[in-house]
Design a protein around this ligand. Structure first.
Ligand SMILES: [Zn+2]
Length: 290
């Protein structure tokens, strides 16, 4: 296992990336990493995440109570929202919260990211719903977030920002980048007259590929809450078909957090990114888009 000091340094690195990519302003945003079932590292409140050093990082227990913090540092006031993710998703090793401009604009406009417009976003994220507004630092955000946790690895927070989680810190951060990139593409393509969406057939093909590669995390390809076909594009209604039921992920449908953790511990964000790149190539070829 990587030692604690190394993880603290990694948190500072990711903080810099979030700040440098304009995903947070001033002292906004927070990051946490699970060490074990009762120890979590998290960023402190009231500091810019772009200028942290390892001694800034605090340690909390599963309830968010301080285990260790250097003088002058207190854990993020949003730690409760992180803890709810770990509580409901034992497969998760890290949670990232930021306010990226495009994703947050969609969260403010009340528009979830549900349009299937590019292979990577469909494969890696599926759709990104909006968790109902809650006052920061109260239990409202974790409570409103909870129902999305069994089905997604990324949500927008209404009138606030975005939250992503994954097997490790790098992967959770990459999800945040992907959400923001997807939101930006959606925004720009709307300005150009509106995106051309994939049809159901093509969405199904992308989902089949995701299942075949056994990618970690929750995704509507494996866990579809789209029972009535209105909330989310992603299965394209495919979750009701016989064909869909033949896929290995199908038995996990609708079972929520009782589902076996699908994430192999060794999965890294790089392997993930490479996988998505390969999958995308295949899909583009299949679609004749090259
Ligand atoms: Zn925030």
């Amino acid at each position: 296992m990587v030692n604690e000091f190394e993880i603290k340094k990694q948190i500072c690195d990711i903080g810099r990336r979030i700040y440098n990519r304009n995903m947070v302003a001033a002292n906004d945003g927070n990051i946490s990493v699970k060490l074990n079932d009762n120890e979590f590292l998290c960023t402190p409140t009231g500091v810019s995440k772009g200028f942290m050093t390892p001694e800034f990082i605090c340690k909390v227990d599963a309830q968010g109570n301080v285990i260790q913090a250097n003088p002058g540092f207190k854990p993020s006031s949003e730690i409760k929202m992180h803890m709810r993710v770990y509580q409901k998703r034992p497969d998760v090793g890290s949670v990232v919260h930021a306010h990226p401009i495009y994703a947050t604009s969609f969260a403010i406009a009340g528009i979830p990211l549900t349009q299937p417009i590019m292979p990577e976003a469909v494969i890696a994220l599926g759709c990104v719903p909006i968790a109902e507004y809650g006052t920061p630092s109260t239990m409202e955000i974790p409570d409103n977030l909870e129902k999305y946790l069994p089905y997604f690895d990324a949500v927008l927070l209404e009138n606030h920002g975005a939250l992503t989680w994954s097997t490790d810190l790098n992967a959770a951060y990459m999800k945040m980048e992907s959400v923001e990139f997807y939101a930006q593409l959606l925004y720009q393509s709307k300005l150009l007259g509106g995106p051309k969406e994939f049809d159901k057939e093509n969405i199904k093909k992308l989902y089949e590929i995701r299942r075949k590669f056994g990618m970690p995390g929750k995704h509507p390809a494996n866990l579809c809450q789209n029972k009535d076909g209105v909330n989310c594009h992603n299965c394209g209604g495919a979750c009701h078909s016989q064909e869909y039921k033949q896929f290995p992920g199908y038995q996990y449908d609708f079972v929520g957090s009782d589902a076996p953790a699908e994430a192999p511990a060794a999965t890294t964000a790089n392997a993930d990114a490479e996988l998505v790149a390969n999958i995308t190539k295949q899909v583009m070829a299949q679609l004749g888009l090259k």
